[in-house]
Design a protein around this ligand. Structure first.
Ligand code: SF4
Length: 298
């Protein structure tokens, strides 16, 4: 079941349109189940790309590749779409080696070379910067990702890329939404498309509608050479983990709620919230014609 907004506006990915495959998929399972999973990821990514007008034909995208399941999935989905003629942009995969102890430097270049994927590997020891600045045992992620993002913007500029493409998925967006709601006192999630502060690089998240469980299954079936994410020694983000557990619990008790919540983020009603910057409640007085009581109007 597809629960995403406005699904159906895209041509289906048919068997006829599938002539051949990118070499990434040479050893992929041929089972019906895997093909359904692959098509679901493609469909969801295409839908987000379409909904948020991500493509300008002829542009170049820098695809961030950390070595985790989500970024491998992102790269594979984008290469698959491009292979099918559905993504008219150039792709450059990029790994920022941040100097974490025991980072296995050969894994990503070997993988990318073996599949003929254009890439750039950059070494910047942000790990030392983070561990120098923060006390041992703290959560490094916020500073670490800020530093990483700065380098990725720079690399995008140097490589003539108009967009930096990230592998965040549905669960990342929902967790961020609830962290902002519970701890930040604001209604905000993680945008599918965002212009950086300097105004010269677009940040794109084509997996915004993709379920994390689909990406997990995909990574396992594709046997991506995953690089573990605990090399940095950062403590787990307690707030994010709490949101993840809460969302998983809700989904378990009421299946389908995560898709419903993602749909809700695309269906807001400023007049039914309390944000006076988004809706001119004062102007309602001027529009009053009947004196009808609308206090129960939900
Ligand atoms: S898990 Fe480690 S490498 Fe990843 S963002 Fe956090 S501090 Fe950085």
């Amino acid at each position: 079941m597809n629960m995403l907004p406005d699904v159906g506006s895209l041509e289906p990915i048919t068997e006829e349109s599938e002539g051949g495959f990118h070499s990434l998929f040479a050893d992929a399972p041929s089972s019906v189940e895997f093909n359904k999973l692959r098509k679901r990821l493609l469909r969801n990514a295409r839908q987000a790309i379409e909904d948020f007008s991500m493509i300008k034909p002829g542009e170049r995208w820098l695809v961030a590749l950390s070595g985790g399941k989500d970024s491998y999935g992102l790269l594979a989905v984008l290469l698959d779409l491009k292979w099918r003629g559905l993504l008219p942009v150039d792709l450059l995969a990029c790994n920022l080696d941040q100097g974490q102890p025991n980072f296995p430097k050969h894994i990503l270049p070997d993988y990318l070379d073996s599949h003929g994927i254009q890439h750039r590997i950059e070494y910047q020891d942000t790990y030392s910067v983070v561990t120098d600045k923060l006390p041992e045992g703290s959560t490094y992620c916020s500073l670490c990702s800020r530093l990483r993002r700065g380098h990725l913007y720079r690399i995008a500029r140097e490589e003539g890329c108009s967009a930096l493409v990230l592998g965040h998925h549905r669960e990342d967006i929902l967790e961020t939404f609830f962290m902002n709601l519970f701890h930040g006192g604001r209604l905000a999630a993680m945008p599918a498309k965002l212009l950086n502060d300097e105004g010269d690089v677009m940040v794109l998240r084509p997996l915004s509608y993709c379920a994390e469980t689909d990406l997990e299954k995909f990574a396992s079936a594709m046997r991506f050479p995953i690089i573990p994410c605990d090399l940095c020694g950062s403590q787990e983000g307690l707030q994010r983990n709490a949101m993840k557990a809460m969302l998983d619990d809700i989904e378990k008790r009421m299946p389908g709620r995560k898709d419903t919540m993602i749909r809700a983020l695309a269906n807001t009603r400023p007049s039914h919230l309390l944000d006076r910057k988004l809706f001119d409640f004062a102007a309602l007085n001027q529009n009053l014609t009947t004196g009808q009581d609308t206090s129960n109007d939900i």
